[in-house]
Design a protein around this ligand. Structure first.
Ligand code: PEP
Ligand code: CO
Length: 462
């Protein structure tokens, strides 16, 4: 069977599902649009716009995720906590791509297996919030829910959910995709030229030597293979990039759900790999209902309050055919909780025997506030959660198949620690995130190196 055939095997198409059946369920975290006619108009317009990705790319990713489930690939998923309309610029996009490419190079070299690269971009514009409203100096306004819903400025008009923002989010996502595709087609990701990915400001990075050595070793290997085979290795001059976002704003996701010729079922064509956030993962909730009927590979964030029962029920509902590559659980427990919470979940799923891909998000369980009022994360906690995840999977007989990170290619100071030992005072220098703190370029590369070190420790121990 060819790889695509495997993905085309019959899956049960739920006959009680439609792209709008989620509307009969409890939908958390959705904005209230004051103008229903404007909302309907925006959704009609979206339904007529072209998709951002194709069904065959989606199925190719599902195949790669199936291989990751079997330990033949490692998934690197990363990008901003929230994209913003203002940050849709050539430099920011290419810098983010550079970091992800450099990290994947480190991972490919160190893990000796192909890496599936998935960006948190081209659609990561809607955010869950802990409260519906925010009060400042006695004034209460709707919370900021991401650029595709409302604006961040504390102003009554800006904070009012505006459905036209969905059209703008679609356009910004398309521009981002277009630029990423053009860069990759143009040879930006060519393994013969990893120097294209260098970022100017890191010339004196404490990590530079280790990274250079790795790049040189890969260059030698490429030249050696080409000498042996007598020709250029063409598949090295382009790599695949897939997109993902939290599919939180269901009216938008519904309008991007389409049928396509020659493939059965419905696809969400706004992204390759949508995920359900921790706050909207109730088995009988609207988000799970929507995700049940689309054929994309999908992920669910799993936090410290999730029980083994919930995971098994999610598997029943979201992957009744135990389809390879279909379902990923992204655990995000926090360094202090993971040893306590994760083993029971791993054991229950292993005993059940159905397949899932496990990915660790070491960011969202490790958020804290500093005395000077910044939301931050400590590099040591991020590293610790990841390393514990590797150990806990090894102990449970399951496999950690990837890492999910919030990062940027910019020289931001949002997370503490790392090779340059950023302190609370540094946070004042370059804190740009409107939502969660991201790893900067160096810290992100350091996480990739840490994954490699941990992996080799575990494999040399057996
Ligand atoms: C996120 O990924 O930005 C997020 C909100 O995560 P979680 O649902 O895990 O809290
Ligand atoms: Co976040």
């Amino acid at each position: 069977m060819t790889p695509v055939d495997r993905n085309l095997r019959a899956v049960t198409a739920a006959d009680d599902w439609t792209a709008s059946s989620w509307r009969a369920r409890t939908a958390l975290q959705l904005p209230r649009y004051p103008d229903q006619a404007a909302l309907e108009g925006a959704l009609r317009e979206l339904r007529a716009l072209p998709p951002l990705v194709t069904s065959w790319e989606i199925l190719a990713l599902k195949q790669q995720l199936a291989e990751a489930q079997e330990g033949r690939r490692f998934v690197l998923q990363g990008g901003d906590c929230a994209e913003s309309f203002d940050a849709c610029s050539s430099e920011l996009i290419s810098n983010r791509l550079k970091v992800l490419l450099q990290m994947s190079l480190v991972l490919v070299h160190g893990l000796r297996k192909p890496v599936v690269r998935v960006g948190r971009f081209a659609g990561q514009y809607a955010k869950p919030r802990s409260t519906d409203t925010e009060t400042i100096d006695g004034v209460t306004l709707p919370s900021y829910r991401g650029d595709m819903v409302n604006g961040a400025a504390f102003d009554a008009q800006v904070r009012t959910p505006d459905p036209r923002r969905m059209i703008k989010a679609h356009a910004r996502s398309a521009m981002t995709m277009n630029f990423v595709r053009a860069l990759i087609d143009g040879g930006f990701a060519d393994l013969h030229h990893p120097e294209y990915w260098d970022l100017n400001w890191v010339g004196h990075s404490p990590l530079a030597d280790e990274y250079r050595r790795m790049v040189d070793a890969i260059g030698d290997a490429v030249r050696f293979m080409e000498t042996l085979s007598g020709e250029e290795l063409h598949n090295l001059n382009r790599v695949d990039f897939y997109t993902s976002h939290e599919a939180l704003l269901l009216p938008y996701e519904e309008s991007m759900s389409r049928r396509v010729p020659r493939h059965q079922g419905w696809f969400n064509l706004s992204t390759h790999f949508p995920w359900i956030g921790m706050r909207t993962a109730a088995v009988d909730g609207a988000h799970v209902e929507y995700f049940r009927g689309i054929r994309n590979p999908i992920a669910v964030k799993v936090g410290p309050s999730a029980g083994a029962d919930q995971l098994l029920r999610l598997m029943d509902v979201l992957n009744p055919d135990d389809e390879p590559g279909r379902l990923t659980f992204i655990h995000r427990m926090g360094a202090a909780n993971i040893a306590d919470k994760l083993p029971a979940l791993l054991n229950a799923v292993r005993r059940d025997g159905r397949r899932v891909l496990w990915i660790c998000d070491p960011m969202h369980g490790n958020t804290e506030s500093t005395a000077n009022g910044y939301k931050t994360r400590r590099f040591d906690n991020i590293g610790s959660e990841l390393q514990q995840a590797f150990d806990l999977h090894a102990a449970a007989g399951t496999r950690l198949g990837g890492a999910h990170l919030e990062l940027t290619g910019e020289d931001v100071t949002e997370c503490l620690g790392g090779a340059r030992e950023l302190t609370e005072v540094d946070l004042e220098r370059a804190y740009h995130s409107t939502v969660d703190p991201r790893l900067n370029y160096e810290q992100a590369l350091e996480v990739a190196m840490l994954v490699v070190r941990k992996h080799s420790q575990l494999t040399s121990a057996v």
